[in-house]
Design a protein around this ligand. Structure first.
Ligand SMILES: Nc1ncnc2c1ncn2[C@@H]1O[C@H](COP(=O)(O)OP(=O)(O)OP(=O)(O)O)[C@@H](O)[C@H]1O
Length: 278
């Protein structure tokens, strides 16, 4: 059971782009009137089309990137700087080996020298990279590079992780492996902001935020995103123009045939269970 400590809060926040150090025209907001609170142990999935503002929001929460911010941004002392793992595996790792990368992360966070080797080794063991910790980064797979970056976040005991489409370039097996590792961290109380274009991934997590043109258009549980209140009514997912995962579309077809599926099952396993229980 985790304390529901507030790690970050954004109240009525808008962000204008900065070009050469100067804010541009008032109409060109990247984010508009964002109200959001992130609590310890929470897993938030952030979705939205290309250019909707997901990375801008992530950078704002992480605390880096030149931005012209209006409104109130509260950050807990522990989340002044939140590590961010990016989509391109090569960008996420700066060390020459997983070991070096994690050690650099610890040094950057001001960890005392004598504690560093043990913390680095523990983090690499937990992400399953222990056997490869001295392997040159350029010989690692995409998933192993993402796990290296996650090991760094784990080593510095980050209270929140921001993961920006980190499974975009991974095969389905590597996706599952990386997600499992992130889930382990989340179970230990690490808050997760998981940015994705893959709606199948929404089954993991507590809450979905959908951005459209820099504004939050949906904030709630994944089941609510896909809920159709009647046969004629569209779900929020459809109204926002997203294509629902196959399992949701199947559930909608079954609902149209009169099969009661509430809450809507988010995975094939849950769908099979719901149908067999009818
Ligand atoms: N510094 C900047 N100056 C001007 N425009 C910017 C700046 N940073 C981002 N933008 C614009 O703001 C919008 C939001 O960008 P952002 O990268 O946050 O979107 P995103 O939802 O993460 O997109 P994607 O899914 O393609 O990664 C885009 O139209 C982008 O071109």
């Amino acid at each position: 059971m985790f304390l529901e400590k507030k790690l970050a809060e954004l109240s009525n926040v808008s962000v204008k782009p900065i070009t050469y150090g100067e804010p541009t025209s008032a109409s060109a907001y990247l984010l508009k009137e964002i109200n959001l609170s992130i609590k310890q142990g929470e897993w938030i999935n952030l979705i939205g089309r290309n250019g909707s503002g997901k990375s801008t929001l992530a950078r704002l929460i992480a605390g880096f990137g030149a931005m012209h911010v209006e409104g109130k941004v509260y950050k807990d002392e522990s989340t002044r700087q939140v590590p961010m793992v990016l989509q391109q595996p090569d960008v996420s790792v700066v060390g020459a080996t997983p070991w070096e990368d994690v050690v650099m992360m610890l040094e950057q966070h001001g960890m005392e020298g004598e504690r560093i080797p043990q913390l680095a080794e523990d983090a690499l063991r937990e992400t399953g990279l222990h056997m490869r910790m001295h392997q040159p980064v350029e010989t690692l797979s995409g998933g192993q590079k993402q796990l290296t970056a996650i090991a760094g976040c784990l080593a510095v005991q980050a209270p929140m992780l921001i993961l920006d489409e980190i499974t975009a370039m991974l095969d389905p097996g590597a996706c599952l492996h990386v997600m499992e590792k992130v889930r382990d961290l989340n179970k230990r109380g690490v808050a997760v902001l998981w940015i994705t274009q893959k709606l199948e991934e929404l089954a993991a997590g507590d809450r979905v935020l959908a951005l459209e043109n820099g504004q939050i258009r949906f904030d709630g549980e994944a089941e609510r995103l896909f809920e159709r209140h009647s046969l004629e009514e569209k779900s929020s997912c459809e109204e926002l123009g997203f294509t629902a995962p196959y399992v949701i579309q199947t559930a909608w077809e079954l609902q149209a045939l009169g099969i009661d599926l509430h809450p809507i099952p988010l995975t094939p396993e849950l769908l099979a269970k719901a149908v067999s229980g009818q």
